[in-house]
Design a protein around this ligand. Structure first.
Ligand code: SAM
Ligand code: SF4
Length: 331
């Protein structure tokens, strides 16, 4: 469906759980988020109905995320069913990678070939600090296994934080030399209580780009409309197998090309990452026996209310203080 600002809304991110086996300092408080009760989490059959209805409104790509999607029981069967939804062209997964080594083969066999793994540092000690206890060796083994099995692309999400990983940018870039990874630098967003409380240093993608260019000039890469690089601006170092992507949510306005909807684990469909409004509750109608066409009408109505955009400067976000945590929205 095309919205009133002429954007084609064709991408849905689904958070299947708000639970996580890590506690990244910018995403969750150390005690975890106030977990949604078991009864309030959408069942897989309910998510599949929403996915089918969304596809009828024009969604062609779905990304499964969380919390950590691989901690939810039954996720592999769910991915396999989602992959079979008629009309859906692409299903991908975002994971922190802790359980990737265990599940990589099953995920691949379920038909998912595109994966994003979050990894903000290459140092075991710093990884333990930023994730509050995570073991980086598991993530590294998971990424290597994903590469061996044949996942493509493998995107590595790096939230850039001044004073934390700005000294590792070139090390991340070097990972693309002989491996086809796509390293994606994501600007830290002060969204949710944890991000606000931890007063982490903001580092703009332009600063990173400048730093990389002085190490080795980057060439711009265009993937075309079928390239599925989404909001990322892509580059590569000459002769490198991999790519470098920049997701500049804070410094570059990208609302005008936003094609996304987000489904939270408790069944709320959101039209905007940075605003709790407008949202529609799909769980209540689903559990009251609504038809597929009623579900589709609710989704279309939300799309018709999708805002044109938000000013994404830190101050604006902090002033509005989005109440929801990233782990509930799915990033
Ligand atoms: N647990 C999975 C993971 O970490 O990849 C999936 C969910 S996580 C919420 C999705 C993405 O959001 C991750 O790449 C994470 O780094 C990013 N994220 C979380 N909080 C963020 C923040 N405040 N600013 C920017 N990115 C953030
Ligand atoms: Fe968990 Fe992902 Fe949030 Fe880290 S960013 S706490 S891994 S949901």
């Amino acid at each position: 469906m095309i919205d009133k600002y002429n954007r084609e809304i064709n991408y849905l991110r689904i958070s299947i759980t708000d639970r996580c086996n890590l506690r990244c300092v910018y995403c969750m408080p150390k005690e975890g988020v106030s977990f949604i009760g078991h009864e309030d989490i959408l069942r897989y059959e309910e998510i599949l109905r929403i996915a089918e209805a969304a596809v009828k409104t024009g969604v062609i790509k779905i990304r499964v995320t969380g919390g950590e999607p691989l901690v939810r029981r039954g996720v592999i069967d769910f991915l396999s069913s989602l992959k079979k939804v008629e009309g859906l062209r692409d299903v991908s997964l975002t994971t922190n990678g802790i359980l990737l080594e265990d599940y990589a083969e099953e995920i691949f066999d379920a038909g998912i070939k595109r994966i994003n793994v979050s990894l903000d540092t290459l140092s075991p000690d710093k990884y333990r600090d930023i994730t509050r206890g995570g073991d980086i060796s598991r993530v590294i083994r998971g990424i290597r296994k994903a590469l061996d099995i044949g996942f493509a692309p493998i995107k590595i999400n790096v939230v850039a934080i001044k004073g934390f990983n700005d000294d590792e940018i070139i090390d991340f870039v070097k990972l693309t030399t002989d491996k086809p990874y796509q390293i994606r630098f994501i600007e830290f967003m002060p969204v949710g209580d944890s991000a606000l409380e931890n007063s982490l240093g903001y580092l703009s993608n332009d600063e990173i780009l400048k730093g990389i260019n002085s190490f080795s000039p980057l060439e711009r890469v265009y993937m075309g409309s079928g390239g599925a690089d989404g909001p990322a601006r892509l580059y590569s170092v000459k002769d490198a197998l991999g790519k470098i992507g920049f997701i500049s949510a804070m410094s570059h306005e990208f609302c005008s090309s936003c094609n996304r909807l987000r489904l939270t684990a408790d069944g709320h469909l959101r039209a905007c990452l940075l605003s709790d409004e407008p949202t529609v509750d799909l769980k209540t109608p689903l559990r009251s026996g609504c038809s597929n066409s009623e579900l589709g009408a609710l989704i279309e109505n939300l799309i018709s209310r999708k805002p044109s955009g938000y000013k994404t400067g830190c101050q604006q976000i902090q002033r509005r203080k989005c109440v929801t945590n990233m782990a509930s929205i799915g990033g």
